[in-house]
Design a protein around this ligand. Structure first.
Ligand SMILES: Cc1ncc(COP(=O)(O)O)c(C=O)c1O
Length: 448
């Protein structure tokens, strides 16, 4: 393990990427691209679905029993068995399969009894679904700045703190664990619960414990670009039986169906009619598919890890970029490779990568309107100028403007990874030889 927290053992080979004889002239400037084929991503079908997974979904389709709360006992339904398997996999008390990650997040907040209208702290670098889920639960997102490794900055949270904040929603964004020890210490000091948006980090661990099991509740998605993929879907994990019972009723367990989730005793809430019914349930076809995928999850996680470590090690020596650092060794999934270009020009860099055939985005690009950049969340800042929104979180603004994000599908081969490495090295090479190129590019993009 090297001091950047990345496991280098998988990449102990002769200079990856160097084997590819790249045309020195950037594709952006008319040179030959490093790669001709499209970069593999979930929306082009680059997902791990095994024929056994397809059979499992077919089995559910052929059963004609698609509703999780039909005449069968819970332990004979796909959803019931999926939830039991999740509890074993994550070593937690309760799991609830849901219609999405967003609904799982909202259920966690509502079921914890956070009063509507409360502020809930969350990082300024996350997918727009995080603040959206907070709003769905009737609360208001309270944005917190991030550090240069794009993790929620606990010192900033402390400095902004107000008693109206009733919970902290941490996000393991792009698969990288948040600093859970520091956040839980701080939340305990303030007397508020921590929820985990573990959507991007399904299966990743921090200090030997699965992300999503540190807080009062953890939420996950099974939408197509996640480590488990059922098109749409999600689940909630918690050890808190009362929270679980309320989340289950809210998700749509009506007319006594809550009892099926408590086979060994009475549910810890008096009546399911005290809560509204939101229909955030999962169906049997998805649960069947996910059960089969869960069996093979370790293989998929190993593929993410192998590819990430391979790329990060191969580029660790490069001056001019700052590779995002995990909060602890190995505390990441590996679904995305993010680096910062501290001297500016990240927008140009991402564009140059795209021309080389590697899909990349500058997270803070003004041209691209990335949904992970907080100033694009117009639903939160009606009537405000973008420049004024950016000033709310100056560090998040600066770091996202410098960040280049490359999706790493678990289906990538080492040859694909070599092309990524070669493309980054090629662009860095051009940068070093012709700094004017990047200055021009940055200036064009209005980055300086
Ligand atoms: C950080 C984060 N939270 C929440 C979600 C929402 O998940 P879903 O699309 O299943 O609602 C996403 C989706 O990608 C996400 O990236």
């Amino acid at each position: 393990m090297a001091d950047n927290g990345v496991d280098h053992s998988a990449a102990n080979r002769q200079l990856p990427g160097a084997r590819i004889a790249a045309d020195a002239r950037l594709a952006l400037d008319g040179g030959n691209p490093v790669r001709q084929e499209p970069w593999p991503t979930y929306d082009r079908g680059a997902v791990c679905v095994h024929p056994d997974d397809e059979q499992a979904a077919l089995r559910a389709i052929r059963s004609h029993l698609y509703f999780r709360y039909d005449c069968r006992p819970a332990d004979e339904t796909e959803c019931g068995q999926f939830e039991a398997e999740l509890c074993r996999y994550f070593d937690c008390e309760h799991a609830l399969a849901t219609s999405s990650g967003t609904t799982a997040l909202a259920l966690a907040i509502m079921a914890a009894g956070i009063e509507p209208g409360s502020l809930i702290a969350c990082p300024g670098f996350t997918f727009a679904a995080t603040p959206s889920a907070i709003m769905l639960a009737g609360c208001t997102p309270f944005l917190v700045d991030i550090d240069e490794n794009l993790h929620l900055d606990v010192a900033d949270l402390r400095s902004r703190w107000t008693p109206q904040v009733k919970a902290i929603m941490v996000v393991h964004m792009r698969g990288f664990a948040a600093d859970m020890a520091a956040l839980i210490r701080f939340a305990d000091e303030m007397g508020v619960p921590v929820f985990e948006d573990a959507v991007p980090a399904l299966g990743a661990e921090l200090d030997g414990r699965k992300l999503g099991t540190f807080g009062l509740a953890g939420a996950f998605s099974t939408q197509s670009d996640k480590a488990l993929n059922s098109g749409e879907g999600g689940f909630l994990l918690t050890d808190d039986s009362a929270l679980f019972a309320r989340a289950t009723v809210l998700s749509g367990a009506y007319e006594g169906r809550l009892r099926r989730h408590f086979p060994n005793g009475d549910p810890p809430i008096a009546t399911d009619l005290d809560l509204p019914l939101l229909s955030f349930r999962m169906d049997e076809i998805r649960a069947a598919l996910l059960r089969a995928e869960l069996d093979r999850l370790p293989v998929r996680l190993a593929a993410f890890r192998r590819n990430y470590d391979y790329v990060a090690s191969a580029l660790a020596d490069i001056a001019g970029i700052h590779i995002r650092r995990p909060v602890a060794p190995g505390a990441y999934l590996g679904e995305a490779f993010i680096f910062l270009v501290p001297t500016g020009g990240a927008e140009w860099f991402a564009r140059a990568l795209c021309h080389e055939g590697i899909e990349a985005r500058n997270l803070g690009s003004d041209a691209d309107r990335n949904i992970r950049a907080f100033w694009n969340w117009r639903f939160m800042f009606r009537g405000m100028e973008t420049s004024a929104i950016k000033e709310l979180l100056p560090n998040a603004t600066r770091y996202l403007q410098r960040a280049v994000d490359i999706p790493l599908s678990s289906t990538l081969s080492l040859a694909d990874c070599d092309q990524l490495v070669a493309a980054v090295r090629k662009i860095i090479g051009a940068l070093a030889q012709a700094p004017a190129v990047i200055d021009e590019g940055s200036a064009r993009a209005g980055l300086r």
